[in-house]
Design a protein around this ligand. Structure first.
Ligand code: ADP
Ligand code: MG
Ligand code: MG
Length: 256
């Protein structure tokens, strides 16, 4: 599904270009859920943004293959239509655009791209209401401007609602767990678990192990000094919870 080889990324700070990712390798297969953990500022969001095609990042070396095609050649809209979904760490507010309108437009664009007919208003409403129930969200949120005035928890649920409606091939969730209370965390985890399928890959970016109590990943990776410094099974997340990230960072420096 996704293969990242030797990815180097700098951020443009005007006059200087600062390297953030420095030779990152990662392979995620269909049906798999991978967690990417790592200290604050290690480049987790940078990786997510580069995969989604956000501006402001320069890929200086390496390649990213998505279902065998060169992902970095595709504009962001095409990536979304090809089935890549990014749930933002900081979901954007879109004043003046109703939530339901955005969901419908995004879904129909993706369906059109796949050569499928657009859903009519009634079928779409039935679909979206089923997903709302899954996310235990109030229907009124459909008719409000996207994320405007939503609480932190409502924004995060709304990201998973978008994912549930769009049914992407590859979903990247950037700290969708941060700032959630325990009940909201379970709702978000249920939404994610309901989306697990043999055809779909998911990457969960998270600081904390607690999300992984509810979503059991196939693989856990630690990002440090611009690379995947360590990979393991779900037990690695527990070890990180106990020991912190310092020892992985030290190890990453030794091999850098
Ligand atoms: P994480 O998500 O792991 O906390 P980020 O990817 O957000 O880390 O950030 C990695 C580093 O890159 C940080 O030092 C951050 O300040 C810097 N960075 C990320 N995006 C930008 C940007 N657009 N402009 C300048 N610096 C950035
Ligand atoms: Mg961070
Ligand atoms: Mg981040």
């Amino acid at each position: 599904m996704l293969e990242i080889r030797n990815l180097h990324v700098t951020v443009d700070e005007g006059t200087t270009k600062r390297p953030i990712l420095r030779g990152l390798d990662l392979a995620v297969g269909a049906g798999e859920v991978h967690a990417i953990m790592g200290p604050n500022g290690s480049g987790k969001s940078t990786l997510a943004h580069v995969l989604a095609g956000r501006e402001g990042y320069v890929v200086t070396a390496g390649e990213v293959l998505y279902r065998g095609a060169n992902l970095l050649d595709l504009p962001p809209e095409t990536r979304a239509r090809e089935g890549i979904f990014l749930a933002f760490q900081y979901p954007v507010e879109i004043p003046g655009v109703a939530n339901i309108y955005l969901l419908k437009a995004a879904l129909n664009a993706a369906r059109k791209h796949r050569g499928e007919a657009e859903l009519d208003a009634l079928d779409f409403l039935a679909l979206v209401k089923a997903k709302l129930r899954l996310m235990q969200m109030d229907e009124s949120l459909l008719y409000r401007a996207v994320n405007e005035g939503f609480s932190g928890g409502e924004k995060k649920r709304n990201e998973i609602l978008q994912m549930a409606v769009l049914e992407p091939q590859l979903a990247i969730l950037d700290e969708t767990d941060s700032g959630l209370d325990i009940d909201a965390l379970k709702v978000v985890a249920n939404g994610v678990n309901a989306m697990r399928s043999p055809e779909r890959a998911m990457i969960l970016v998270t600081h904390y192990q607690r999300l992984l109590d509810h979503i059991r990943p196939d693989r856990v990776h630690v990002l440090a000094h611009g690379r995947i410094a360590l990979s393991g099974g779900p037990e690695l997340a527990l070890e990180l919870e106990r020991r912190g990230y310092g020892w992985v960072e030290a190890k990453a420096l030794e091999t850098a």
